[in-house]
Design a binder for this molecule. Structure first.
Ligand code: PLP
Length: 376
């Protein structure tokens, strides 16, 4: 295995992707007007136990269009976890609203539901929980808080296709939910996203805003009454997405199995910490993340990452907290509050290789390196 390079994440296109793509090329339907867009949306909505799914260009634009349709705008506040991908904050900023941060739980790494209420003000309009690394948030508590304060919930399911909380699919708890199909996600279209809802009114508005606010049910006069977006997914992307969704549970189970293998092989190793699954949920293990407790492991995260690199194992650092993002200062975000769990995750954590089609021998090789390095 010496000269081998194990990437942090490869795509795995194992079904009808090629067949459907060739069909797009053979028929010439490569824009957003082709049949795969509708077929993908229908199939994905069903997969999410939701009534409607609307494809868009990315997870970021999915979040943005969801916020827009829910009427979030300048002067409003949206609660997001301080530990998340920057797209959550950006999407809120695009609307002119202010992202407000809440630290994450030290075990599940999802938004700390006990700290949400202290951040709610008269300007708060929505909560955006993020099912981080595939681990569902405590949706019962979040929905309870949202009801109490009359807030919208916009689930960010970018990393959690097929995950469940109390036997319900993530994405089906909220006003509108957002998914990403970037190349490293459990299901991919290369680049792409999806918005999911059970509400027909939101569904129609999502279609309207996605397509430049052309009227949905009248002839086009090229007069526009709202500011819309071109967030349309192409038939080519949807062809891949449909093929991926046909095998969604297969891909999901591969990731879960790999995660179990990592946890088994590293089980007795002092100083290596994994994310704890949310209770009554299925974590779909988008990424295999470990934290390095320097005192117990005897080496720093950086030393371990370097050792893995020398041995052909690719890794990635975790997100920097939202409260440390200089680009958000202009939005008058609270950069002075303390977010200790987020800081701890950034400092101690990193991703191990996580492709769906990772081999058992590769996982064993990586874990043996981690074990051996402790004793060097
Ligand atoms: C939690 C989260 N939200 C949103 C996004 C944005 O998705 P995209 O990269 O498709 O814009 C990502 C992407 O990795 C993500 O991890």
């Amino acid at each position: 295995m010496k000269n081998k390079f194990i990437a942090v994440c490869n795509t795995y296109l194992n079904g009808n992707e090629k067949k459907y793509l060739l069909d797009c090329i053979d028929t010439g339907w490569i824009s957003s007007a082709g049949k795969y867009v509708k077929d993908f949306e229908r199939k994905f909505a069903k997969y999410c136990d939701s009534n409607y799914a609307i494809s868009v260009t990315s997870g970021t634009t999915a979040l943005h269009i969801a916020l827009t349709v829910l009427g979030i705008r300048k002067g409003d506040e949206v609660i997001i976890p301080s530990f998340t991908m920057i797209a959550c904050a950006f999407a809120v900023c695009y609307t002119g609203a202010k992202p407000v941060f809440v630290d994450v739980d030290k075990n599940t790494w999802t938004i700390d539901v006990n700290k949400i209420e202290e951040k709610i003000t008269s300007k708060t309009k929505a909560i955006m929980p993020v099912h981080i690394f595939g681990n569902p948030c405590d949706m019962s508590k979040i929905i309870k808080i949202a009801k109490k304060y009359k807030l919208h919930v916009i689930e960010d399911c970018a990393e959690a296709h097929g995950a469940t909380y109390k036997n319900k699919k993530v994405g089906s708890f909220s006003s509108i939910s957002a998914f990403s199909f970037f190349a490293n996600k459990n299901l991919t279209t290369g680049e792409g996203g999806m918005v999911v809802t059970n509400n027909e009114n939101y569904y129609n508005k999502l279609k309207y805003y996605r397509n430049m606010c052309y009227p949905l049910d009248k002839p086009r006069t090229y007069e526009h009454f709202d500011i819309g977006f071109n967030y349309r997914m192409t038939n080519l992307q949807a062809a891949i997405g449909l093929a991926q969704t046909e095998k969604a549970d297969y891909y999901k189970n591969l990731r879960i199995k790999n995660h179990e293998l990592y946890k088994t092989y590293l089980k007795d190793l002092q100083g290596i910490i994994f994310q704890k699954d949310q209770k009554k949920s299925v974590n779909v293990a988008w990424m295999n993340v470990i934290l390095v407790d320097e005192k117990k492991y005897g080496k720093t995260k950086d030393q371990l990452v370097e050792y893995l690199k020398q041995n052909g194992v690719d890794t990635r650092f975790l997100f920097t907290g939202m409260h440390k993002q200089k680009c958000l200062k202009d939005f008058k975000c609270d950069m002075s509050d303390k977010y200790p769990v987020t800081d701890m995750l950034t400092e101690k954590g990193f991703y191990l290789p996580s492709s769906s089609n990772l081999k058992k021998t590769e996982i064993r090789y990586i874990c043996n390196l981690i074990k051996r390095f402790k004793d060097i």
